[in-house]
Design a protein. Structure first.
Length: 111
């Protein structure tokens, strides 16, 4: 029987590069680094403050405490930020009830 030899291109093949290492996908992190958007930075600061406050005290901060810490002039801004964080699944709270803001496990894993 005949033996077939196949040659593609030049007779002196270039060395093959090693295959890239496959990294497992990183879990999504909402706030790996502060973003350029001022609202995103404010949300990041708010979430970090809530997580830290809850970790230290085991109860949530008031809206006034968040407002003072973040430095926003209006409680409406704080309420809007809390609604955005709740919608994203980073906190839970009961509107119009004091100290019910609780960070979720998702937020605590990122701090």
């Amino acid at each position: 029987m005949s033996k077939f030899t196949y040659t593609f291109g030049s007779a002196d093949p270039a060395p093959l590069a090693p295959p890239p290492e496959v990294q497992p996908p990183k879990p999504p992190q909402m706030w790996d680094t502060p973003l350029e958007d001022p609202r995103s930075n404010r949300l990041w600061k708010t979430a970090q403050f809530i997580a830290g406050f809850w970790t230290q005290n085991r109860y949530g901060p008031t809206l006034r405490e968040i407002q003072h810490e973040i430095g926003v002039p209006s409680l409406t801004t704080v309420r809007d930020d809390l609604a955005a964080l709740k919608e994203s699944g980073f906190i839970t709270y009961l509107p119009k009830q004091a100290r019910t803001i609780v960070p979720t496990d998702t937020l605590l894993a990122q701090t």
